[in-house]
Design a protein around this ligand. Structure first.
Ligand code: PHE
Length: 348
């Protein structure tokens, strides 16, 4: 009996000072079929009958002690790292990665458009999103009751019938022309600007339309500007934006503020011009409206239309982004689903 108790004591001490980190090695050594616990249990047969009860209790206590120690080891060496012990931490380990945000695809495309036109000497101009009727419509040769106002379903502001949410950033162009017009050519002309910004139209939200979207409109006013200048500017833009292989075509169109007016199509990037659902089987997709600024617009803004002329164009950033990144649903841009947004990390 004495001998048995001494053995237990010795083993306990050994376990307490144990430096073994590997729980499995510990289990085999103490609790395995050939382990110490099993061996010491075997000693029971040598214990005198009157001591058997006490010896049994001591052995059971010892077994529980070993099992508890094993559970602790399992917990602390769960990741098998030799550096991890009970409550210690290795402060030299690198920190967990913080997920990096990414730019919104609309911002990426907007910045790209801006940088292309900046290389041609265009400056960025901005203006208010809440506009008055004059800057959004009247000055642009769209007088009250003009049927072309229907082309842009407008959100009016209840408090004041003269206020509205701008339907295009042409309103910024009007403001810039007025500024230049006041001086009538004294230092402010020519004008060479692009106007990026958010615009609003009362449309039912679907994969192809939204009640707000983003535009970049451009304006160049100088002397003797020709339609060829407009085409060359836009050719350059398309090449820089979509690459040299993309084909371009102009179709005659109508806008009250330009004459003549055109819409520009590019060959479909999805099917390469073969015809698909995105280009409605035509092989072409419209990307912008443009034309030579109507003389009435120049006069409305105080610029002498006998001396100056120019061109203007306007495009939807969402449309360009959809083509560039092959996105089929406009709603994705405003839902802010990170699974969508994180795909643009590092994109340009
Ligand atoms: N303002 C027009 C629109 O929003 C686009 C445009 C701009 C067309 C300039 C011609 C010239 O639809």
């Amino acid at each position: 009996m004495e001998q048995l108790l001494n053995q237990i004591k010795e083993l306990k001490e050994k376990i307490i000072t144990n430096v073994e980190n590997d729980a499995e090695a510990f289990r085999i050594k103490y609790l395995g079929t050939k382990g110490f616990v099993k061996a010491i249990m075997g000693e029971m047969k040598n214990v005198a009958t009157e001591n058997k009860k006490e010896a049994g209790q001591r052995l059971n206590e010892f077994k529980l002690f070993v099992e508890e120690k094993y559970e602790q080891l399992k917990l602390s060496s769960g990741n098998n790292s030799p550096l991890t012990t009970h409550h210690s931490q290795d402060l030299t380990l690198p920190a967990d990665d913080l997920p990096l945000g990414s730019r919104h695809p609309i911002s990426l495309v907007k910045n790209k458009i801006i940088s292309i036109f900046q290389r041609l000497g265009f400056a960025v101009a901005e203006g208010p999103e809440v506009e008055d009727d004059f800057h959004n419509f009247t000055a642009l040769n769209l007088p009250e009751n003009h049927p072309a106002r229907d082309m842009q379903d407008t959100f009016y502001i209840a408090q004041n019938p003269d206020w509205l949410l701008r339907t295009h950033t042409s309103s910024v162009q009007v403001r810039e022309m007025q500024k230049a017009g006041m001086k009538n050519g004294q230092g402010k002309l020519p004008i060479r600007i692009i106007c990026p910004g958010r615009v609003y139209r009362n449309e039912t939200i679907s994969a192809r339309a939204h009640c707000f979207f983003h535009q970049v409109e451009g304006l160049y006013i100088a002397e003797n500007v020709s339609f060829a200048d407009l085409k060359q500017t836009l050719y350059f833009f398309v090449q820089e934006m979509f690459g040299k292989d993309v084909k371009v075509r102009f179709r005659p169109s109508y806008f009250p503020f330009t004459e003549p007016s055109a819409e520009m199509d590019i060959s479909c990037l999805i099917c390469g011009g073969e015809g698909c659902s995105v280009c409605k089987k035509t092989g072409w997709v419209e990307i912008l409206g443009c034309g030579m600024v109507h003389p009435n617009v120049l006069d409305n803004c105080g610029i002498d239309s006998n001396k100056y002329n120019g061109f203007a164009f306007g495009m939807g950033i969402e449309r360009i982004a959809m083509l560039k990144y092959q996105i089929k649903d406009l709603r994705l841009f405003s839902e802010n689903d990170v699974r969508f947004l994180k795909q643009f990390t590092g994109a340009v």
